[in-house]
Write a protein that binds this ligand. Structure first.
Ligand code: GTB
Length: 216
């Protein structure tokens, strides 16, 4: 059965791999699972056909035969459970890898994503600078904890896992802002992950979509 995911027809990040289809593409590449992509405009995302599979009218989604999923974390977990390379076999190590998936999505991603939204939506508000500083402080604390845990290791818990995959997709949103660069071991961790062939294939695939949408 062919796996089909959804992604932006024209991503607002201009092919930078920051939209959440990137983590799903990357997981599928790591697992060696071929996939197809259905591209959606902002308009078609809110139409009944897509709302029937994603009640919030968002990307990404995942379809495989009779199974349809939304929520990028749930999709990555499903891919990781079905394919090789993203979750350890040993039960305790597997539980810890899943713990890091939740840490990425529940502890790191909220303030990092909020920061991006504030920069876009609240730039002209009187509270802008104060709100940005407050978020930066929270993010710095989270990065401090992550950096201490990682230390000199390559990955968060032994071998590369879906926990690293999600964590790196979240940390990438900070690249170039100074916050990640303040923690050299985290910047190196992201670079190490980005050097993985599966990451490169996923990145190029989503970049090609944006390039095609801009051509002509
Ligand atoms: N919790 C859901 C999940 O993890 O799957 C969140 C899904 C989500 O936020 N999807 C976004 C979406 O469909 C795209 S990824 N938005 C359209 C809408 O809500 O109408 C978020 C995103 C968008 C753009 C950038 N960017 O330009 O840098 C980065 C991330």
């Amino acid at each position: 059965m062919t796996v089909t995911i959804t992604a932006f027809e024209r991503s607002p990040d201009r092919g930078n791999g920051l939209a959440r289809d990137m983590r799903v593409r990357w997981a599928l590449e790591e697992a060696g699972q071929p996939y197809e992509v259905r591209l959606l405009s902002f308009k078609t995302m809110k139409e009944p056909a897509h709302l029937a599979i994603q009640p919030f009218g968002q990307i990404p989604t995942y379809e495989d035969g009779e199974l349809t999923l939304f929520e990028s974390g749930a999709i990555v977990l499903h891919v990781a459970e079905r394919g090789p390379g993203l979750l350890p076999d040993e039960a305790k190590a597997r539980a810890r890898a899943i713990m890091w998936m939740f840490a990425a999505l529940n502890t790191l991603e909220p303030p990092i994503f909020d920061r991006s939204l504030v920069r876009i939506l609240e730039r002209d508000k009187p509270w802008y600078e104060e709100r940005l500083s407050a978020l930066d402080e929270i993010i710095r604390k989270r990065l401090e904890g992550l950096s201490s845990h990682l230390g000199d290791a390559d990955w968060l818990d032994g071998a590369f896992s879906a926990g690293d995959l999600l964590m790196v997709t979240v940390l990438r949103r900070l690249q170039g802002l100074g916050l990640l660069e303040e923690r050299p071991n985290l910047a190196a961790y992201v670079a190490r992950a980005e050097a993985r062939p599966a990451y490169q294939r996923a990145f190029e695939a989503q970049r090609a979509v944006f390039a095609a949408s801009s051509a002509g």
